[in-house]
Design a protein around this ligand. Structure first.
Ligand code: HEC
Ligand code: HEC
Length: 256
């Protein structure tokens, strides 16, 4: 009580002025934030994925049980193919897929970090353990071909003239635009955790993903790695790369 009385004379006109000024500054700052948010489609602090390559994550994936994965895969075969090679070029092949990449995609579909009408619903029913079991099963399926092969992969390049453009980007990238070689992350020259091999993937699916990354419709890549690369590629380059990988050619130095 006595303290209030003592403070009262200090609350002068000058004090009121500063209080009003503070209010105006806060009001303006808040308004600017609101306007800023309205102007962008993506919140500034969007986290690309909930998956981090911690020891715990790697342990969950390494404990995958291939036999249980085989049983669970019955729910996937009619789209991704009996042998993990899909008959529809827009649906990805998942035979021989990198385990970490597979598991991360399932978690990203589940959390909505990667958008897909079909896969989000399916992944929401797959526990972290189910996805680890499926990952190890699919990663063990062979990708090599033989005379009994019924797969729709590889698909011949529609336009072979794009081959040298694709090979150059895969092997060397483009230093002038800051594009690293694809093979530095997607193999075989190097690898980063969660980067799948593209050498056995369908062309139409690859092209669609490159376009999604370029537009930011797919934004689940850690450190914006793929968005920043795809944004810089021309339409011709994206098509050439997708068709080259889709033809099962991979980074083949002898074709250079
Ligand atoms: C109705 C068809 C359908 C079924 C059934 C289906 N998928 Fe998919 N899957 C798709 C499509 C389409 C995509 C590509 C999504 C996109 O456009 O991003 C996909 C993508 C994926 C990917 C990402 C691959 C990559 O290279 O990034 C994984 C992993 C996957 N599916 C696993 C599964 C598993 C495991 C099951 C079974 C539990 C399953 N899918 C069932 C259609 C299907
Ligand atoms: C710096 C490393 C890096 C380089 C270089 C790189 N990528 Fe990637 N790429 C990744 C990673 C990591 C992913 C997985 C993103 C995720 O977590 O979903 C990916 C994913 C992709 C996918 C989606 C695959 C799928 O199955 O859905 C495509 C397509 C792709 N990259 C194409 C390319 C091409 C073409 C090049 C060369 C022009 C390239 N990338 C260079 C790291 C890289």
């Amino acid at each position: 009580m006595s303290q209030d009385n003592r403070a009262a004379p200090v609350r002068t006109k000058c004090g009121r002025f500063f209080a009003d000024l503070l209010f105006v500054v806060v009001f303006l700052a808040a308004g600017r934030d609101l306007l800023g948010q309205r102007g962008t489609t993506e919140p500034a602090l969007r986290i690309p994925t909930n998956v981090a390559w911690t020891k715990e994550t790697l342990v969950i994936i390494s404990r995958g049980d291939a036999f249980r994965g085989l049983l669970l895969a019955r729910r996937c075969n009619h789209c991704h193919g009996e042998e993990g090679f899909s008959a529809v070029a827009m649906i990805p092949n998942i035979a021989g897929i990198d385990r970490l990449s597979f598991w991360k995609q399932m978690e990203d579909f589940k959390s909505g970090k990667r958008v897909s009408g079909v896969m989000q619903e399916i992944a929401s029913r797959s526990s972290a353990r189910d996805s680890a079991d499926l990952a190890v099963y699919y990663s063990m399926l062979p990708t090599g071909s033989d005379s009994q092969d019924q797969r729709s992969f590889p698909q011949a390049m529609r336009d072979r003239s794009g081959a040298s453009m694709a090979i150059e980007l895969i092997l060397f990238g483009d230093g002038r635009r800051g594009i690293p070689p694809c093979q530095a992350c997607h193999g075989p020259a190097g690898s980063v955790k969660g980067a799948p091999s593209l050498a056995t993937q369908n062309a139409d699916y690859l092209l669609e993903q490159l376009n999604h990354f370029a537009k930011g419709d797919r934004a689940n890549d850690i450190n914006v790695r793929m968005r920043s690369i795809a944004r810089q590629l021309t339409d011709q380059e994206k098509t050439a790369l997708a068709e080259y990988y889709g033809a099962g050619l991979g980074p083949d130095v002898s074709a250079w």
